[in-house]
Ligand binder design. Sequence first.
Ligand code: MRU
Length: 349
Amino acid sequence: MPNSMKPMRLEDDRLFLLDQSLLPGREVWIEIRDTEAMHEAIGALRVRGAPAIGIAAALSLAQEAARAGTVAERVARVAAAAERLRAARPTAVNLAWACDRIVDAARGLASSSLSPASWSDGIRAEAMAIWNEDLAASEAMARHGATLFPTATRFLTHCNTGGLATGGGGTALGVILGLHREGNRAIRVWATETRPLLQGARLTAWELRRAGVDAFVVADGAAAFTIRRRGIEGVLVGADRVARNGDVANKIGTYALALAARAAGIPFVVVAPVSTLDPAAASGEAIPVEERNASEVTAFAGVPTAPDGMRAENPAFDITPADLVTALVTEQGAFSPPSAAFAAVDTPS
Ligand code: MRU
């Protein structure tokens, strides 16, 4: 995938993350040596984006699996580490899903009388499978998403949903970058800055520039007006969790974009791999919304912007009702209404 950006890398058994909290100013790779370091990195958004935190957690658990001990001791250690990591961020279901998958593999392989080394190789293979499946899912989502926009050239997107947010491909931004790579139309993108942590201005803008896409950053408050005045033809976003009825949890501000897209009569399309679907959540009401530190809102880059002592609410995500979602694109196709994506999961072809 040309121009794709992987947010993590392995060097032999050493695990490194590109510290996204420092981008675009500095490209710093940090080595993750244990569960606590990964927990901190996920909580501080050094690695972020629903699929990316799942993959990072899986690789971290594989690292725990490789430490000395009997298979039984290692299984217990991996299970405890998984509990710790899945609590690092509550909304993106990919994190819990990846942790569960590694713990299931750890327990399943333990019943096969393998040596500790072979057992730990099996856990590493499972983590790599999670990563590779995500890359394949990104490619498929880019293909399916493109079918919804046969001629459109002007898109608005929110937060960061590219290589940095996934295993290196992308969800919503992956669709847009795929259309750009086709090379037969001049794609233009408006990226919302995505307050308070600026994933759009810092990360999406960085990926768009690396890919050579004609793009602008707009303040979040300018999005609805931009849709109207620039003739945006589609709003594409990712998701952190999709409930069974098709309600979508995604970065705070997504709901407002869905309302603006509906008012303008343009498609509002959510792009997310199957690992983001949560069959256990009946509706958006069942999705936990992460509340982050108020200081992210009352200060900017460490400088106070609100009166001393001012309280703030800082939900990191919001819930967009299913009826505002024109289509949900997964690696299995484009589904409308979005709840139809669950039928393909329940009865895999
Ligand atoms: O807080 P973040 O940066 O982890 O939030 C990320 C998002 O909300 C993305 O839109 C979502 O994870 C989909 S990414 C492919």
